[in-house]
Design a protein around this ligand. Structure first.
Ligand SMILES: *[C@@H]1O[C@H](CO)[C@@H](O)[C@H](O)[C@H]1NC(C)=O
Ligand SMILES: *[C@@H]1O[C@H](CO)[C@@H](O)[C@H](O)[C@H]1NC(C)=O
Length: 157
């Protein structure tokens, strides 16, 4: 029983930083994904990181969501229908850092402001894993040195 609790505690300690880091943003909060919401104002004070997700909630008979490039965003051009999200409750996990652009592909909606542009940062970039990998290389390097010294020693004897 006690050891079970330790296992659970151990798992929690491992998972906790990941859970604490990933934020789920409901786009537009309680206003959802609609016409008449200022999404730049909504995004302005938020910090988007890799691993966070955007949840677009909307009336599926009226709106949709599509990820576009910066040019298409500026000109409100929805691509024919590639990558169109239409469930009314779409979660997009932010996989990479950089600028991301989304708009509603329904005619005229983007021009009326149903568009969102965000900048995603990679907060996990300075991770401890590369340094421990480097340590591994150093360790195996010194082991090789030791091994070759041993071979050299044997050759002399
Ligand atoms: C941006 O997206 C539009 C519409 O899908 C496409 O026609 C255009 O080639 C893209 N531009 C760049 C620079 O990828
Ligand atoms: C939206 O989907 C998420 C899971 O992706 C679910 O937890 C949530 O309850 C859904 N919300 C609505 C309003 O359907």
């Amino acid at each position: 029983m006690a050891s079970n609790r330790f296992v659970i505690l151990g798992i929690a300690v491992i998972l906790l930083p990941t859970i604490a880091m990933a934020t789920e943003y409901i786009v537009g909060d309680d206003k959802g994904w609609n016409i008449g919401v200022d999404y730049q104002a909504w995004a302005k004070d938020k910090m988007f990181n890799v691993g966070d997700s955007l949840v677009f909630q909307y009336d599926a008979s009226k709106h949709n969501v599509v990820k576009v490039n910066g040019t298409a965003f500026k000109d409100c051009l929805a691509p024919p229908d590639a990558g169109l999200l239409t469930s009314g409750n779409d979660t997009i996990v932010l996989q990479t850092a950089g600028n991301k652009w989304y708009l509603c592909g329904k005619v005229g909606h983007c021009a009326k402001g149903q568009k969102l542009s965000i900048s995603v940062m990679d907060m996990s970039a300075p991770q401890p894993s590369p340094s421990s990998a480097a340590r591994g290389i150093v360790f195996s390097g010194s082991f090789q040195l030791l091994a070759s010294a041993f071979v050299l020693l044997k050759a002399f004897v």
